[in-house]
Design a protein around this ligand. Structure first.
Ligand code: FAD
Length: 278
């Protein structure tokens, strides 16, 4: 049995009314597990602004602790300030501050080109009101020149005022432990929650990993490919892999786990149950 640690869930804003209705049900089901908070993503340049706000307002009204994501690239300070004031006015006090990725072809980085600029701006505008989470990349951000420089950029985000971090998903726990060791050596000691991606669909997982620079170890990729269309076997294998990953992370001192739910109750609920976290 693993040690019990806090956990949080991530949603993305649905594009359709059917998706929004489904997410309401998923939220209700996952709320029963008592997560630390639900975070809701925000499209770079404000592309999901209305839909993100709708989900936040809905779930906040139901008494759930909410952490809106806020990205800065391609946006301007006044629009970000409006959001900060709105979140504060409805009683929110936690944010996930990100740079975001602009769609290809779109130029103009905006007034705040990096997440560290956003963190600094939030502190200037809202003081210490918000607990600010930032992103971390145990396997290095895909655009970073090298690992050392990426660690240094992370340290700068913390120096700008971040309180905690959530990682990109990964399947190699050693990458996480090494990243933690490196930031500790650099004098940074904020909690860094591993981001956990459940495995249910091989092609989606490979697509996400290729898009984010996350590594799927060769043996996992090969086995997933070998299962072909056999989704039952993929889910059983994926569940086992992710449970073992979480167990190692918990045993190694991870402060909490952040689940990329992909707006589904299963398999996140099953992982929480089998890890005995609820
Ligand atoms: P940064 O910390 O700014 O880093 C981006 C890159 O720039 C890195 O390579 C870094 O090394 C480099 N860098 C940083 N500062 C400087 C500097 N001053 N000079 C030169 N180089 C620098 N995206 C969304 O659009 N919406 C979301 O809701 C969202 N949620 C996410 C949640 C989590 C937990 C994670 C891990 C990612 C999320 N993303 C989201 C994706 C994220 O926006 C992308 O990974 C993006 O490419 C980087 O964002 P960041 O905040 O890590 O950027």
């Amino acid at each position: 049995m693993s040690k019990s640690i806090p956990f949080s869930f991530e949603f993305f804003p649905p594009k359709t009314d059917i998706g929004a209705e489904k997410l309401r049900v998923v939220h209700q089901e996952l709320q029963l597990l008592n997560p630390d908070f639900f975070s809701i993503t925000y499209g770079a340049g404000g592309s999901t602004r209305e839909r993100t706000l709708a989900a936040i307002t809905d779930f906040n009204g139901k008494g759930s602790p909410i952490a809106p994501h806020l990205s800065c690239i391609g946006d301007d300070k006044s629009r970000i300030a409006e959001l900060l004031d709105f979140y504060q006015s409805i009683g929110l006090n936690r944010l996930v501050a990100l740079r975001g990725d602009l769609p290809s072809g779109q130029v103009g980085l905006g007034e705040l080109p990096y997440a560290q600029d956003l963190v600094r701006f939030i502190r200037e505008h809202s003081g210490d009101h918000f607990n600010i989470e930032v992103a971390a990349y145990p396997e290095m951000h895909p655009q970073a020149e090298n690992f050392d420089q990426d660690v240094q950029r992370f340290v700068e985000k913390v120096q700008a005022g971040a309180n905690a971090a959530i990682t990109q998903f990964f399947f190699n726990p050693d990458a996480y432990f090494y990243f933690i060791e490196r930031i500790h050596k650099a004098g940074v000691d904020i909690p860094v929650a591993p981001g956990i991606m459940p495995i249910t669909n091989a092609s989606n997982l490979i697509r996400f990993a290729d898009g984010t620079g996350a590594e799927i170890p060769r043996w996992i990729r090969k086995q997933l490919q070998a299962y072909g269309d056999d989704s039952k076997s993929i889910q059983a294998f994926g569940h086992e892999i992710v449970i073992k990953l979480c167990e190692r992370l918990i045993a190694g001192g991870a402060p909490s786990l952040h689940f990329y739910t992909m707006n589904n109750t299963y398999p996140t609920r099953q992982l929480i149950k089998d890890l005995d976290l609820a």
